[in-house]
Design a protein around this ligand. Structure first.
Ligand code: SAH
Length: 499
């Protein structure tokens, strides 16, 4: 059976700007054929066993020709595969998507096009430039700046006479010719111009000027492809509408070293604030199975008067088992609940259960202090937590009440895609490394092996005193420690850092 090809627009750079349909087909693909402009983040969650074929400009030697690319796609489809042909922006906006589709049509291969958000519009939006604006620009024109082959085809006289916003793609290396031609054909020297480099990504950089000085400015700032050249009065709106570059973490590279699913919220927050996240999962969390002790405890939940949770993962594993066993939530009526930290408390609330106490401080000991005030010798406390949880908590509580501790998950070292991540860190001029626990740090060092330079080169940020101590004991310097010992504390700290 022949396969099928989806020509998918990846959007302009920000991975969140792919369409729902594009994302859906991408996750169904057996093979993804992609180029340089498609966000690498989109390649992180593909189907198990999905193959990646890079056909973009190689930094080293060979760039694939369009014929070769067509052939690769065809062959994969002929093998019966679902092929996602992922292209930056929209596949049909200077993306040669039309040629690929024609090639497939001629050879009887089924294909579908999933349009994308083009950089020609979205790249401007993220630079604070609306492509049209009432009273300022009533049309827009997207033009190739790749003048080598098409020089003769561009009708500069007509282009010079256009009143709408002009957007040149692939034009930085011909900026001088573009400027000269526009000036020669009637455009005013003062016409505002902006150049947007790597728009919608954390590397976004914008140079602003007018037709008479933009070339010199671009040279000064060493602007390279991929860049958009925007010409027209809409550029002036940037002063007010530039929401993206106002983001406090824009331009900051942040290595997040926690367990991946655990870190999802943190990663999302950092990205919303404009930061560039390099996800470096150091630990994987694995539920301890089988766990008869947990099953017994759940079945006899009424025996306990307090449940104490110390992590989101602990909460989720506990309740999953609770419901899997078919236990009735009414059996928990009257049992008090304690949670370390707001995140853990929120995780419990998701199950429709209120939390009776949450220690304000974020180190384990204060939970003990607080619990000491509310617990009596008649209480029976159930703590379900990580295998490597610190012993003090249980020891201290045992002095007051009867405590039953059940280990429900274990954290194991994760070596997933280590080489790739280390390579991507190599190219960064500066970055922050976030450590939210001692164990992530210890695991990180072990995973790094010979690559300790990763720690020396970056700024180490620690969540609190216990983690700091571990880092310092290992001979590394903590650049800064969060004032409040939470992820939010870390983010506040990062926002104060200079770009
Ligand atoms: N199909 C793509 C365009 C491909 S042509 C789209 O719809 O966006 C490649 C050119 O697109 C680049 O030379 C550059 O001019 C522009 N481009 C694509 N992504 C860009 C980005 N993130 N920032 C700036 N320019 C970009």
């Amino acid at each position: 059976m022949k396969g099928k090809v989806y020509l998918i627009g990846a959007g302009p750079g920000d991975a969140g700007l792919i369409t729902l349909k594009g994302s859906m087909y991408l996750k169904e693909a057996d093979v993804v054929v992609y180029d340089r402009l498609a966000s690498p983040k989109l390649l992180e969650e593909l189907k198990e066993g999905c193959r990646l074929i890079y056909v973009g400009k190689a930094s080293s030697n060979h760039t694939k020709t369009q014929d070769e690319i067509n052939e690769i796609i065809l062959q994969e489809a002929n093998k019966g595969h679902i092929v996602a042909r992922l292209k930056g922006g929209d596949p049909y906006v200077f993306g040669r998507g039309g040629e690929e589709a024609e090639y497939l049509y001629d050879r009887g291969i089924d294909f579908e096009v999933v349009p994308g958000v083009t950089s020609a519009i979205a790249g401007l939006a993220y630079a604070g430039i609306p492509i049209t604006h009432r009273g300022i620009a009533t049309s827009f024109h997207v033009i190739t700046g790749h003048l080598k082959d098409e020089n003769d085809e561009l009708d500069w006289r007509s282009i010079g006479a256009l009143k709408g916003t002009l957007v040149f793609l692939m034009g930085v290396s011909n900026l001088k010719e573009i400027r000269d031609n526009l000036l020669k054909h009637g455009k005013d020297k003062q016409t505002p111009v902006a150049i947007v480099n790597w728009g919608t990504t954390p590397m976004q950089q914008v140079v602003e000027g007018n037709l008479s000085n933009i070339y010199e400015k671009a040279i000064e700032e060493n602007i390279k492809p991929p860049s958009l050249i925007v010409i027209g009065d809409v550029v002036n709106l940037r002063k007010k509408l530039n929401f993206y570059e106002r983001k406090p973490l824009l331009g900051k590279n942040i290595v997040v070293t926690r367990e991946k699913t655990h870190a999802i919220d943190t990663i999302k927050r950092i990205e919303e604030l404009g930061g560039n996240v390099i996800s470096f999962p150091t630990i994987k969390i694995e539920e301890i199975r089988p766990n008869e002790e947990l099953k017994e405890a759940i079945k006899n939940i009424k025996r306990y008067s307090y449940l104490v949770f110390t992590s989101v993962r602990g909460v989720d594993i506990f309740f999953k088992r609770f419901f899997d066993i078919g236990e009735d939530i009414r059996n928990m009526a009257g049992i008090k609940i304690g949670a370390v930290g707001d995140k853990t408390a929120n995780a419990i609330r998701k199950y429709g259960i209120n939390v009776d106490f949450i220690p304000e401080e974020f180190v384990g000991e204060s939970l003990v202090d607080k619990l000491k005030k509310v617990l009596t010798k008649d209480d029976k406390v159930l703590i379900t937590r990580a295998k490597i949880g610190r012993r003090e908590l249980v020891e201290e509580l045992s002095k007051i009440s009867l405590v039953h501790e059940i280990k429900i998950y274990d954290t194991v070292k994760s070596e997933e895609s280590k080489e790739e991540i280390i390579n991507s860190i190599k190219d960064l001029d500066s970055y922050y490394l976030l450590f939210t626990s001692s164990s992530t740090f210890t695991n990180f060092i072990e995973i790094l092996g010979d690559n300790r330079w990763v720690l020396d080169k970056g700024h180490i940020i620690s969540i609190g005193p216990i983690t700091t101590k571990t880092i310092e004991e290992r001979g590394f310097t903590v650049y800064k420690q969060a004032e409040t010992y939470t992820v939010d504390g870390i983010l506040e700290l990062l926002m104060k850092e200079k770009r």
